[in-house]
Design a protein around this ligand. Structure first.
Ligand code: Q9C
Ligand code: ZN
Length: 345
């Protein structure tokens, strides 16, 4: 890719409105790692990278509703206000989780204080008054970056927050409200086959679910083995998709302390699958929680490892949409991003 053209970086400051004071981790309140300063750290990393900032453009709901159940969209938009009217506290975390195993057929119910447990799958994704605006902003960021590609840009970087890859058709969780990358991918399939390469430390269960039966979108992920890592229940190597989507889901589960060498070998094999898929567009779910210093992830990647990852992805030589997912080491995020981009371009 051309080094001299500035990289378009799509941003939206509404992300700051999603700033919950705590989440519950193993039942204990802890300060969220997924915090607004992550975006400041990533933007600081762009200091020496030729780039231009693009403000996100508001989009209508068509692309969002092509991925998400209207009930989930309405809940993210309105659920917190209803919860507050019903007497709920400022931080909305479910206390009762709807289960598909319930004999009633797991209806959504009507109680505003029960609603979060109807749509959310964990206790680490608190919703506050500003979360809806931030969730909408992240989708607008991803769609604005997708528009740039549609208009012929060879690369665009969607600086999304909150992240998206754990959010599925009708659920949210894992710090994710709407699935930004899935919405962007769906909006790009008119232009031909799409491949999503997910290099966040965690398996993107939400993205996998969105495209599980889909033959237009390849979902390929390298991640911490669910035998020890969140989201625990998906991302095993034998999950390959179903029906028309059989074979267009690829999961590579990796052990604790995976280093640059092991990771690059696995990535090279996954990139061969992507090459064979011959996508018109390549989208990267870009997480930096694979870094050795990350407080949540369990891999041991180095800063130069991210450069090599960038080079490996660049060799696929496709129009490239980068969508930010996780990464929580505020001191390392900027350098890891710059290193990755130096490999890409
Ligand atoms: N005890 C992303 O990186 N909590 N989400 C894990 C482990 C949720 C990560 C709890 C981690 C979500 C986008
Ligand atoms: Zn992650």
């Amino acid at each position: 890719m051309d080094r001299r053209t500035p990289l378009p970086v799509v941003v939206d400051d509404r992300h700051r409105r999603h700033d919950p004071p705590y989440e519950l981790n193993a039942g204990q309140p802890v300060r969220p790692w997924e915090r607004p300063e992550r975006i400041d750290a990533l933007r600081a990393g762009l200091a020496d990278v030729p780039h231009r900032l693009v403000q996100a453009v508001p989009h209508d709901d068509a692309a969002l509703l092509a991925v998400h159940d209207p009930g989930l969209v309405a809940f993210i938009d309105e659920g917190h206000a209803r919860w507050r009217e019903a007497g709920g506290p400022a931080v909305m975390i479910p206390d009762t989780f709807r289960s598909p195993r319930w004999a009633s057929g797991a209806r959504h119910g009507t109680a505003p204080l029960g609603a979060p447990g109807s749509w959310c799958f964990d206790t680490a994704t608190p919703v506050v008054a500003g979360s809806a605006a931030a969730a909408r902003a992240a989708v607008d960021v991803a769609l604005t970056a997708a528009d740039l590609l549609r208009d012929g840009a060879p690369i665009a970087y969607a600086l999304c927050r909150p992240p998206g890859h754990h959010s599925g058709p009708d659920y949210y969780g894992g710090f994710c409200l709407f699935n930004n990358v899935a919405v962007a991918a769906r909006s790009l399939t008119d232009g031909g086959r799409v491949a999503i390469l997910d290099i966040d430390f965690h398996h993107g269960n939400g993205t996998q679910d969105v495209f599980w039966r889909d033959s237009d979108v390849l979902y390929a992920s390298l991640h911490g083995d669910p035998g020890y890592a969140f989201p625990y229940f998906t991302g095993f190597g034998d999950e390959v998709g179903e029906g028309p989507g059989r074979g267009s889901t690829v999961n590579v589960a990796l052990g604790r302390d995976t280093d640059d060498e092991v990771y690059l070998r696995a990535l090279t094999a996954v990139c061969e699958r992507i090459e064979a898929w011959a996508p018109a567009t390549l989208i990267v779910s870009l997480g930096f929680d694979t870094a050795a210093a990350d407080p949540i992830g369990a891999f041991a990647l180095s800063t130069s490892g991210f450069h090599r990852i960038g080079r490996t992805i660049a060799a696929l030589d496709r129009p490239l949409l980068l969508v930010q997912e996780g990464g929580y080491d505020l001191d390392g995020l900027g350098t890891d991003l710059a290193s990755f981009l130096s490999g890409i371009r």
